[in-house]
Design a protein around this ligand. Structure first.
Ligand code: PMP
Ligand code: GLN
Length: 384
């Protein structure tokens, strides 16, 4: 059968490719972002309790009310946002579905959607599936900070939406209050909608605060704020996330959501709602990961890898230019293959986050790992 691909330029995601290679070669997997330690045992216990209590049929289409209420309450306490749990919160099958569904809900064929490169790999194919035109604006090379002049120049009467992501995957940069203020001023005279991917909201280091779009009324009125319980509670395999958006946007979102997944598995929603009653796990997550970041950075500082800043997320980027091996001159993607096979440490090339494969000699490690895993990786990396 001749099939005309909807995504002719897309292969298998780099995360899947590198995790498969790491498994095949038994390398330490610092590639795909996920913890190698388990979640709080209270969580699976709460899922069992919910199942035993009979929460095994479809939940309400937008999500279990207790979970939506817990989410609305958290947005109020942390970001000062007044959120209506009934009309403005929807539970999704992870942030991935949230972003695709938001785009399908708002993008008409030919509408432009701006992404800031490097960006998470699902954004561009999602925009294309929605019939949109991708407009790529680079973050400042070297620092990965937003370039507002370039962003302003990219906005046209056809711009339907902008996708932002802070804390940022892959660079680990965190947008400042001043960045959000500037974005608010820039978008104020426009009709541009905002998709704010905040899945790493609880991993912000060195005393910085997460600048959620929900804190800025001029942004929140036009925003889909996307969260993921996978990151926050060490359960990436559960695939449960949320979208918080004004009622009118949520109404459109749910029109698509109901025919996309209809709803998300019930027992896990009950478990997450129960778990959210205690804010400690997410309030302490930044300190938890900052310690791992510091341990990993201290080790890397003894190697020839050149450290880039990591202000948030569970990612650390490094420049490979100064390594003492000839493979340092390979393209990033090939270098990562070599590093996995021959050195026994998997990483992700930053070129995978650019449409044109821009190669700046930088690769990304995930440090959401047990200390022993990080030490083993560091030992291997110190040989280069
Ligand atoms: N956005 C970013 C920036 C991510 O890093 C991830 C994690 N893979 C996602 C979205 C998707 O999150 P989820 O696993 O909840 O679908
Ligand atoms: N967000 C994770 C990362 O950037 C991967 C998730 C996935 O495999 N799709 O590594």
């Amino acid at each position: 059968m001749a099939l005309r691909s909807r995504l002719p330029h897309v292969g298998t995601t780099i995360f899947t490719v590198m995790s498969a290679l790491a498994a095949e070669t038994q390398a330490v997997n610092l590639g795909q972002g996920f913890p190698d330690f388990d979640c709080d045992p209270a969580l699976p216990q709460a899922v069992c309790n919910a199942m035993a209590a009979g929460h095994n049929q479809y939940p309400p289409m937008p999500g279990v009310p207790a979970l939506r209420q817990a989410m609305a309450a958290k947005m109020h306490v942390l970001y000062g946002a007044a959120v209506d749990a009934n009309a403005e919160v929807t539970v999704t099958a992870g942030a991935t579905q949230a972003i695709l569904t938001a785009l399908l809900a708002i993008v008409h064929p030919g509408d432009e959607v701006i992404v800031l490169e490097p960006c998470y790999d699902s954004y561009v194919p999602n925009i294309e599936l929605a019939g949109g035109v991708v407009v790529r604006v680079p973050l400042v090379p070297g620092t990965f900070r937003p370039n507002f002049d370039a962003l302003a120049a990219a906005i046209t009467p056809r711009t339907r939406a902008l996708i932002i992501n802070s804390p940022h995957n892959p660079s680990g940069t965190v947008w400042r209050e001043a960045d959000m203020q500037r974005l608010q001023d820039l978008l104020a005279p426009t009709e541009v909608l905002l998709i704010s991917d905040e899945v790493y909201e609880h991993m912000v280091f060195d005393g910085q605060a997460h600048a959620s779009a929900a804190r800025y009324p001029g942004l929140f009125e036009r925003a889909f704020v996307v969260g993921s319980f996978g990151k926050t509670y060490h359960v990436t395999g559960w695939k449960v996330g949320t979208v918080v958006a004004p009622a009118a946007l949520t109404a459109e979102f749910r029109k698509v959501h109901q025919f996309n997944v209809f709803t998300v598995n019930t027992p896990m929603q009950h478990a997450l709602a129960a778990h959210m009653a205690n804010p400690k796990p997410y309030l302490e997550l930044s300190a938890f990961y900052q310690r791992k970041r510091d341990l990993f950075r201290q080790g890397l500082a003894q190697t020839r890898f050149r450290l880039l800043p990591s202000e948030g997320t569970y990612f650390q980027c490094v420049n490979i230019s100064d390594l003492a091996v000839p493979e340092r001159d390979l393209p990033e993607a090939e270098f990562c293959q070599w590093l996995t096979r021959e050195v026994g440490v998997a990483a992700i090339p930053l070129s995978a986050f650019y449409g044109n494969g821009f190669d700046q000699r930088v690769i990304r490690f995930c440090f959401a790992k047990q200390d022993g895993t990080l030490q083993t990786a560091l030992q291997r990396l110190s040989r280069l």
